[in-house]
Unconditional design. Structure first.
Length: 373
C-alpha cells in the first residue's frame, strides 16, 4: 500500500488536475476523504453573518441530505459559530468545536446529523473574509467514529493546495463569465466580429458575423477557413494576419466589394495579445471586425430631418432608401407618384451636395445621425 506521503502527493496532483477537469475535481475530493478515512467531502461557501450557503460541491455524499442541510439546517448549525473563531487552515472536529453534550442536545444533531449518519466531521476554513467563508468538511459515520489528532495532522499539508486549486477555479470561472458576457454583447452589435487563427481558420463568430459569412457575398467560409471572392482580397487578408498591430486606427484595413450589394464590407484586423508572453499557449489569434452598411441601424426620420436640414417627408424618403426600398416602393408606401419621390430626392441633393442615391445611403449610415445610435 502506498505510503501516506505518496498518497498526499497524489491528492495534490488530483487537486490541480481538477482546476480544468470537473471529474478530476470530484476525484480529488474523494481522495481527500479517503486520506483520513472519511465518508465523503463537502466544500462550501457561506455568508458568515447569516450562515447562508451560496454554493457547494460534494463528493461521495447523499446529495439530497446536503441539499436539505443547505435549505434548512445551515443557519441553525451550532458548530458554525465556534468554528468561525478557529483560524484558517486549522482542522477541527466536533469535539474541538464545542462540548459533546451541547452538540448532542441540539436540534441539528437529533433531527439531521443522526438520521443521515453524519455525526462526525473533520473541518477547516480555506478562506475567510467579512463577506464570505469557504469551508472544507470531511464527513464521518457513527461506525467510523471521531477523527483523530493524527488525521487532523494528515489533512493539514493538503489545505494550501486545495485552497490554491479553488482560487484557480474561481479565476477560470470569472474569465469564462467575462467571455460569455462579451459574446452576448457582441451578438447584439450591428458589427460582425470573428476570431481567427494565423491560417484564417474561424474559431468564433458573432451573430452578425455568421450572417455575413452565410450570405457569401464578398467572403465566406470553406473548410472552416475565411475565403474571399477576389483572390487579391484573400492575399491582403493573409498579410494582415502577420502585420496588423492593433485596433487603434479606426480606418478599415480592408475594403471588400460585393456582387449583390452596392455597399462594400469594411474589415478591421488586430491580434489578441496576452498581458504577458504566454509560457506554453503560443497559438496566435486575431479579431476581425466587419462593418456591413446593410446591418447598421437606420436613424429615425426626425433625427435625419434635424441633422440634414431637410423636410420630414424628405427624411422619410432617405430612411426608406437606407432600408433598401426602391423609388417605386417608397412612392407606394407614401401614396404618391414615383415622380414625386424623385423630386424629393433632387431636393435632398440640392440641400446636401450629394449626387446619388448610393451616396445618400452611405452618408446616412456612416454620418452623425447614424453614429448617434
Amino acid at each position: 500500500m502506498p505510503s501516506v506521503e505518496t498518497r498526499i502527493l497524489d491528492v495534490i496532483d488530483r487537486c490541480y488536475a481538477g482546476v480544468l477537469d470537473d471529474d478530476a475535481w470530484q476525484g480529488a475530493l474523494v481522495a481527500v476523504a479517503d486520506l483520513v478515512g472519511g465518508t465523503g467531502t463537502f466544500v462550501f461557501a457561506m455568508r458568515p453573518a447569516s450562515q447562508t450557503i451560496v454554493r457547494y460541491d460534494i463528493a461521495r455524499l447523499d446529495g439530497e441530505a446536503i441539499a436539505l442541510y443547505d435549505r434548512l439546517w445551515a443557519p441553525h448549525d451550532v458548530r458554525v459559530g465556534p468554528g468561525l473563531q478557529a483560524r484558517v487552515g486549522a482542522p477541527q472536529t466536533e469535539e474541538t468545536l464545542l462540548p459533546t453534550a451541547s452538540l448532542r442536545h441540539s436540534a441539528i444533531y437529533n433531527d439531521f446529523l443522526q438520521p443521515h449518519d453524519l455525526t462526525h466531521i473533520l473541518a477547516t476554513w480555506l478562506h475567510r473574509s467579512t463577506e464570505r467563508v469557504v469551508g472544507l468538511s470531511i464527513q464521518g459515520t457513527r461506525h467510523r467514529g471521531a477523527f483523530t489528532p493524527a488525521e487532523r495532522e494528515r489533512l493539514a499539508p493538503l489545505l494550501p493546495h486545495i485552497t490554491r486549486a479553488i482560487e484557480l477555479k474561481d479565476r477560470l470561472s470569472l474569465g469564462a463569465g467575462i467571455s460569455n458576457s462579451l459574446t452576448t454583447i457582441a451578438d447584439r452589435l450591428s458589427l460582425g466580429i470573428l476570431l481567427v487563427d494565423a491560417r484564417g481558420r474561424m474559431l468564433e463568430a458573432s451573430r452578425v458575423g455568421l450572417q455575413i459569412l452565410t450570405r457569401a457575398d464578398g467572403l465566406f467560409t470553406e473548410a472552416g477557413r475565411i475565403v474571399f471572392r477576389r483572390r487579391r482580397d484573400g492575399q491582403a487578408f493573409s498579410r494582415l494576419l502577420t502585420t496588423a498591430h492593433s485596433l487603434d486606427s479606426l480606418e478599415p484595413a480592408l475594403i471588400i466589394p460585393r456582387q449583390r450589394s452596392p455597399f462594400p464590407l469594411s474589415l478591421l484586423v488586430a491580434p489578441i495579445r496576452s498581458v504577458a508572453e504566454p509560457w506554453m499557449t503560443a497559438v496566435q489569434q486575431w479579431i476581425v471586425v466587419i462593418k456591413d452598411p446593410s446591418e447598421l441601424p437606420v436613424p429615425a426620420p426626425d433625427d435625419v430631418a434635424r441633422e440634414w436640414h431637410v423636410t420630414p417627408a424628405e427624411a422619410r424618403v432617405i430612411c426608406l432608401l437606407a432600408r433598401g426600398s426602391s423609388v417605386v416602393r417608397i412612392a407606394a408606401i407614401h401614396g404618391v407618384s414615383a415622380h414625386t419621390v424623385r423630386s424629393q430626392l433632387k431636393s435632398v441633393y440640392a440641400k446636401t451636395g450629394i449626387t446619388s442615391q448610393l451616396e445618400v445611403v452611405r452618408r446616412l449610415l456612416t454620418g452623425a445621425a447614424g453614429n448617434a445610435l
